[in-house]
Design a binder for this molecule. Sequence first.
Ligand SMILES: [Zn+2]
Length: 307
Amino acid sequence: MKDTKLELINGNSYMYDANLAVGVYFNEDSRAAVLIDSGANESAAKRIEHFVKKKGYYISSVIVTHGHQAQVGGLPHLKKIYADLRVYATSWTAQFLEHRALESGLSGYIPCVANELDEGIVKDAVTDIIPYRDHDIVIDEVPFSVVALPGHFPGMVGIVTPDQVFYSADAIFGNTTLIKQKLLYYTDIKGAKDSLNKLTAHKYAAYVLSHGGKYNDVTLLIQQHQHLIDETAQFIFGIISEHPMTLEGIVQRVMKEYQLKNKSSHFTLANTIVRSYLNELHEDSKLRASVNDGILYYYDRASVILA
Ligand SMILES: [Zn+2]
């Protein structure tokens, strides 16, 4: 792990970013720190705790943005250290934490394909359920704005601190990710577009992306995301328009187009994303599905209906 320290973003809002950004808000009155996500694992959580302590603070709470391992992996360690730790999350996130197998449902429970699910997630980790809508919550007398950010993962939220720093979780990814990967992980395309619009609706002092760290302005990034989403939708619709395709056929073409490896984890990833786009194209009334000789095909709604 690179030698990362806490980085000041604005006012009392900081981040710890060792390839994965965790938000830290220091409450000067109570000397308590509120984390936004917990780090991917024990060692990340330990490092964050070390820096918080060094500043003369303790960790009172964690707001978990969503149920991916990268955001929740540090929780077991923090719960061990701080018995009274408050953990805030939406009921969606609480369910994903409690039942890790739920995550494979997003890719349709593919048999024999191992999910890289983790051990050591603490049961009953969430102490405070936050509603999945835009609203304010008060922690240690400090108000934080909760922003529902659909699209990437069910029940994901972003957090705005009183310093107007928007911790936007995985609603958008930083340049380094975009250079490496043009197929973005979304489970709900319409939701993802709504979240991008939300991020542009108001200008904040700074943004902290889980994968990407600090940005002062995200306008260009958002345009790139919108472009990549449209490109993927057009690619998938394009191949289906050529001739009816099975789900696996579409996944195969997408894996080739986006140069994914022949690994089950990449297959699962592509499978989840393709399903999201098929839903979106169906909702846009562009696609239909039909069973022919026991095989499910997707085809362009405007084309001739299969016999
Ligand atoms: Zn995520």
